[in-house]
Unconditional design. Structure first.
Length: 255
């Protein structure tokens, strides 16, 4: 990447960051999901418990939340800076993805600007919604995958960020498996035993390790791996029972 393009990427980041950071202290109180996400971060780090947040979702978000609370304090900056940063980074990652796919800077900057200025993405980046940083992890995994060539550290890094996405939300599982299969198919890698073993061990073991590792504080309460497998099964079945009537009927979008 040449100097002019690096400057362009930096400007894109600043635009995305500025739109998300403006007046971030408003409201000065916890709003919506923040009322569950913020205390759950501290509770998970200190006690290995998920309350008052949903127990079914993977707990990497609690670990990251606790880290930002330690950096910025228990205030609007500590609650929201995580999403602001990941939201701005997502715009840059979108640029890099489009640059690789299209091969032109014009298409890439348009894609990056569309996400940087998207009203929905800006709003969600100003609160604690996990779709922002989960999406950024997934974009990072895709961008790094695009750059890998057979047995390379790019694929290892892609696998790590895919694991971070899995440790945020379950719905990245199909994408994870699809990219693994694409990596095997690319350039006939499946026919080379050493390359196929490298891809399989990398893109299966690392994401699973990150996912399981996010439950470190939960394991610290004395649970075994067999209990973990049962926990994951229970979480899956619990998510299948979610219905609109399970939520507050006053929510407008459910009416």
């Amino acid at each position: 990447m040449k100097r002019n393009e690096i400057i362009l990427v930096c400007l894109l980041f600043l635009v995305a960051f500025g739109l998300r950071f403006y007046d971030i202290s408003y409201p000065s109180f916890r709003w919506g999901d923040e009322m569950a996400h913020v205390p759950a971060g501290t509770n998970y780090w200190l006690n290995g418990q998920f309350e008052p947040d949903n127990w079914e979702h993977p707990p990497l978000r609690h670990i990251i939340m606790y880290g930002f609370l330690q950096l910025f304090g228990d205030n609007p900056y500590g609650w929201r800076m995580r999403n602001i940063l990941f939201g701005a980074v997502a715009a840059v990652l979108t640029y890099l993805f489009a640059r690789e796919v299209s091969g032109t800077k014009k298409a890439a900057i348009l894609a990056g600007l569309l996400l940087a200025t998207d009203p929905l993405h800006i709003v969600m980046s100003r609160y604690t919604f996990e779709e922002i940083y989960g999406g950024a992890f997934f974009l990072a995994a895709i961008v790094l995958y695009q750059r890998h060539r057979e047995r390379s550290l790019w694929l290892v890094a892609s696998a790590f960020f895919m694991g971070c996405a899995l440790a945020t939300k379950w719905y990245y599982v199909p994408c994870w498996l699809l990219i693994y299969l694409l990596a095997l198919k690319r350039n006939g890698n499946y026919s080379n035993i050493r390359t196929a073993l490298f891809i399989s061990s990398t893109y299966l073991f690392i994401p699973l390790s990150v996912f399981i590792g996010s439950y470190y504080f939960w394991f610290g309460r004395g649970y075994t791996f067999s209990e973990f497998l049962q926990f994951i099964q229970d979480a899956y079945y619990s998510l299948q029972t979610y219905r609109p009537e399970s939520y507050n009927p006053d929510m407008v979008f459910l009416s």
